[in-house]
Write a protein that binds this ligand. Sequence first.
Ligand code: NAP
Length: 315
Amino acid sequence: MDKLYDVIVLGAGPGGLAAGLYAGRARLSTLIIEKGQDGGQIAITNDIENYPGQVLEGESGPSLVARMTKQCENFGCERAADTIKSVELSGDVKVLTGAKDTYKAKTLIIATGAYPRPIGCKGEQEYMGKGVSYCATCDANFFEDLEVFVVGGGDAAVEEAMYLTKFARKVTIIHRRDELRAAKSIQERAFKNDKLHFMWDTVVEELGGDEILQTMKVKNVKTGEETVYEADEDDGLFGVFGFIGRVPNSAVFQDTGLEMDRAGYIPTDADMRTNIPGVFAAGDVRVKSLRQVVTAAADGAIAATQAEKYINEHA
Ligand code: NAP
């Protein structure tokens, strides 16, 4: 593709779509590249109830995203469905080479997101959004007075498990070792929480059920003993939350001069600028403390506004 865009937005989750909307509205020529479906992680979220003003009955992740996508379209954003394989970021023109084409722009907004590391057991994919979740802030409400299992032993697992005790009847942390990785201060609070229980030296082997999550096979890694848990008859289902780390979608930026932390997240300043002039990052792929639709959208708006400023300054 010969066209030189003002802005390329890589990724069409809430961060990327907000960036596209702001860039398009600023009359910048904007291309949004997405390899899969729009929405990123909220594309797999059934109910959205914590986005400010989001009170539409039956709103789902995909329906919210569809309106974001339409807004970008209305403001003239162009689209490409492609998987970017390599990037050249150091020059004034940023070059992205995909499986189908090559794309060029004066600025790049990286909004490629992050994904929760899968638990890795049988049935996990099948029950995603039907009992399996990776976001307590998003889904805790749906397990009011039900039983919930949390997989992991780090800060996130223990913090989120404590959060879940405010909703669920009983929360059990399933950890593959016999001691937690979480910070001692977090552990102290966790061990004082009556609703929180622990299943040590245990891994989840298989999830099952009739349409919704109702059974879980676990294995004690020390004894090899396998146990199958079934949902309480009155409940009809239980929840399994996975918190065994997250993986940023940033592998394509390795060895390109773009600064990343050890886990692959991209540090930015408050204006979403990375260490490379003209390259911005927005949403979950950034180093940040709260990964939600509202924070991703805010990042995208800031990144696009700063991209416009950068273009004006370099004209
Ligand atoms: P983490 O610290 O990497 O912990 C991941 C946990 O998942 C570990 O307990 C690990 O077990 C377990 N695990 C990893 N792979 C597994 C597998 N395949 N099967 C079963 N268990 C597995 O990740 P995190 O808790 O998401 O935290 C990420 C970063 O964010 C950390 O730097 C953390 O400090 C920070 N954070 C901080 C806070 C806070 O300060 N309040 C809250 C959330 C996150 P092992 O222990 O056996 O390795």
